[in-house]
Design a protein around this ligand. Structure first.
Ligand SMILES: [Zn+2]
Length: 256
């Protein structure tokens, strides 16, 4: 079995030594950070791809020509199957439960930042009482670049009165949104309606709004519900259902 370990930002370097099939798989999940060659990842932000491409051909379903991978994301292990999406007729990536996997959401939109406050209930130093902290904080000096976690369309870029300060909201489709608060300024051309790509520079860390120090407050929401950014790995673009799911499950079992 072929093993390839890569950091999210260094994927282009790794890809050079990989067969073309792997390169396209890596490209599907992560794009390089704009203007960066390395250092974009946290300690556990590492994709470890274990390909089964060297499996004997008869063990693969000819209909799907699957390339299965095992992604190790920190402590999480996710099996990924390349499978023909019945909806589009095109090859796509699915996890073992039949969820169609889109892009990986970069977990650290401030590669040079330090994780300070995580998702959950905590004492708020400015308000003076305990409340839900609905995102993850990345501490960094004012002016530190912030990058888009995935491809999407900017739906808001302006100042909020609710304590967020200067904020950018990106809609990634399929019910996924990310937001970036307390910014000092936005990158050139960033405004509502603009399409951005994963790893694109969108703004700069600041301390606008309700903030004790310069940091990024980063939120991920799925269908309007805020979720722990560190627990979301992929944009799920839907799930196989009914007979399609049954067929997929049969295939996964046969391929195991
Ligand atoms: Zn925060």
């Amino acid at each position: 079995m072929l093993l390839a370990a890569l950091s999210l930002s260094a994927c282009t370097t790794t890809a050079e030594t990989s067969p073309p099939t792997e390169t396209s798989a890596i490209d599907h999940f992560v794009s390089p950070i704009q203007g960066k060659e390395e250092g974009a990842t946290g300690p556990d932000d590492r994709l470890r791809l274990s390909y089964a491409a060297d499996k004997p051909a008869p063990s693969r379903s000819p209909a799907s020509r699957a390339l299965d991978m095992v992604l190790q994301l920190g402590d999480n292990t996710i099996s990924v199957y390349r499978y023909r999406d019945p909806a589009s007729g095109k090859s796509a990536f699915f996890d073992g439960d039949g969820n169609k996997l889109g892009q990986y959401l970069l977990r650290n939109p401030v590669p040079d930042g330090k994780p300070t406050s995580g998702f959950g209930r905590r004492y708020h130093p400015v308000l003076g009482y305990s409340r839900m902290h609905s995102g993850a904080d990345w501490s960094a000096p004012t002016g530190t670049p912030i990058y888009a976690a995935a491809d999407g369309v900017v739906t808001f870029a302006g100042t909020r009165s609710g304590g967020e300060g200067k904020q950018i909201v990106i809609d990634h489709g399929h019910g996924y949104q990310t937001s970036y608060s307390h910014e000092s300024k936005f990158a050139k051309g960033i405004k509502a309606g603009v399409h951005v790509e994963q790893g694109q520079l969108i703004g700069y860390v600041g301390r606008t709004g309700l903030a004790t120090g310069s940091h990024l407050h980063y939120e991920v929401s799925i269908n309007g519900t805020k979720v722990d950014p560190r627990k979301v790995h992929f944009i799920r673009e839907g799930r196989l259902e009914g007979a399609d799911l049954a067929r997929f499950e049969k295939y996964v079992k046969e391929d195991a």
